[in-house]
Design a protein around this ligand. Sequence first.
Ligand SMILES: C[C@@]1(CC(=O)O)C2=NC(=C\c3[nH]c(c(CCC(=O)O)c3CC(=O)O)Cc3[nH]c(c(CC(=O)O)c3CCC(=O)O)/C=C3\N/C(=C\2)[C@@H](CCC(=O)O)[C@]3(C)CC(=O)O)/[C@H]1CCC(=O)O
Ligand SMILES: NC(=O)c1ccc[n+]([C@@H]2O[C@H](COP(=O)([O-])OP(=O)(O)OC[C@H]3O[C@@H](n4cnc5c(N)ncnc54)[C@H](O)[C@@H]3O)[C@@H](O)[C@H]2O)c1
Length: 487
Amino acid sequence: MEGNHLFPVFIKLNTIHTLLIGAGPIGLEKLNALLSNSPDARVTVVATQVLEEVKLLALGFPNVQVLERAFDPQDLKTAGLVIAATNNQALNEQVRQAASAQKILVNFADKPALCDFYLGSVVKKGDLKIAISTNGKSPTIAKRLKETLNAGLPDELNITLQQMQELRNKLEGDFTSKVKKLNKVTSVLMEDQKQSASRLSLKWLVWTTIVLSIAVVVAVFWHKEPAFQSFLVNLNPVFYWFLLGGFVFAMIDGAIGMSYGVTSTSFSLAMGIPPASASMAVHLSEILSNGIAGWMHYRMGNVNWKLFKLLIIPGILGAVTGAYLLSSLEHYSQYTKPLVSLYTLILGGVILSKAYNVNRRRTNGKIKKISLLGLFGGFIDAVGGGGWGSIVLSSLIAGGRNARFSLGTVKITRFFIASMSSLTFITMLNGAHWEAVAGLVIGSALAAPIAARVSNKISVKTIMVAVGIIVILVSLRSILSFILKMI
Ligand SMILES: C[C@@]1(CC(=O)O)C2=NC(=C\c3[nH]c(c(CCC(=O)O)c3CC(=O)O)Cc3[nH]c(c(CC(=O)O)c3CCC(=O)O)/C=C3\N/C(=C\2)[C@@H](CCC(=O)O)[C@]3(C)CC(=O)O)/[C@H]1CCC(=O)O
Ligand SMILES: NC(=O)c1ccc[n+]([C@@H]2O[C@H](COP(=O)([O-])OP(=O)(O)OC[C@H]3O[C@@H](n4cnc5c(N)ncnc54)[C@H](O)[C@@H]3O)[C@@H](O)[C@H]2O)c1
């Protein structure tokens, strides 16, 4: 029979005694492997020559004893497990025979054929542990696989494990009904994989979206042409443009987790809506779409609640302050508009530059000042009509957090932040541009459930490049028209 016939187990090394023979570089590696997995392992190291590093390592672990002498068969008496890391074939034979007689399991670092068991390459994420064996064929591949899995598995997996344990302890009823319930709540994990099968059709969907969004921008440019304008007004009331814009921008945002605010604000400004009213329309529409998207992400288990708690209060504080400030300046919209356009122009640049950085290796340090990030993101988001996604999400991901969990959390927090800034705008402003509000609300709400499913399934880079360019073009147009008016 082909394949790997080894039977994997996970051993409690604090309940049995391990004898390690040999304390050269490989002995040191094995001791490291033992202690990094089981710091309370009971280990006796026996070797005629002991490396300094082995002595130093042992100092930090009270259950580890180092004996600098030759192996003695008596050493096996208390042993439950033996690892021999010497280069001494005669010794290997002696240990093999004595261990068999006493029914002790033995590993030989240099002789797979003599081994009762192999050590594995170990992936660790909190309570999760995965051991890898290549059947002794290539330890190097085992090591590389470990590195790949370590980088790919999200840290949040440990939170999921904790939540599952809590649920498991809480569940009542007989064994069968408990198993049924546990399988049901974890079924989304498998659904995710099924969905990735439809990657191709999603790609198609995204490309259609990009083409449509470019069409929208081109249309807005032409909208200012008198002949085309009269054609549009007669055929398509402004509402339909906002409906289409809301849908397209929300689809893109759902895929990359940012840019709805920026794109729809620049769109609204280009359609002649003053900054505070534009921000209000955008935020009102974000309530429903992010409520739906946030709920979907919550159902798919994409929300990191620790991160949520850190972001939400400062985010709301920043958003309300920003909305208050912008509404107070609504009479000066002639001046605030180019400023907001300048900001969206910069964000367009940020998105474009992020497009080339998303696939870069993660930096190690996670950002510590998440609350400050929330405050800043919320404020800028309300003043500029967008930015919560671009600022908070990209900082989180650049800081090394998992993209999927960050995206889910940013969506659900944006629901609360949009609600609070909208409330502020409504109390501050007299009346809204309802054709814009209604168009954006319905358009983005239609896109939200589709977009949540699309997230993380497509090449983010292409979309980000397209979005960056669109935003830059639209913002430049607003700024240029301001400058022309001034001259
Ligand atoms: C997984 C890991 C666990 C651990 O040791 O803790 C482990 N070896 C690791 C690394 C590693 N070992 C070697 C290299 C050099 C490159 C190469 O040869 O590939 C590297 C890579 C490196 O260090 O980068 C050389 C080597 N290894 C063995 C022999 C003897 C032979 O095959 O004849 C020789 C030749 C000696 C020589 O030529 O002198 C034998 C074994 N090594 C095993 C495990 C068992 C099979 C596991 C499996 O089924 O995959 C087995 C059979 C017995 C055992 O040791 O238990 C650990 C991963 C570390 C990590 O996760 O970072
Ligand atoms: N499994 C693996 O991952 C792996 C990787 C590389 C090498 N190896 C093999 O492992 C073996 C050990 O490698 P190393 O670099 O540590 O060798 P090393 O020569 O540096 O160390 C051997 C150790 O065994 C001790 N020793 C020898 N005879 C002894 C005895 N009778 N009683 C007590 N201690 C005794 C020595 O004092 C020394 O501490 C080599 O054969 C090497 O080919 C295995």
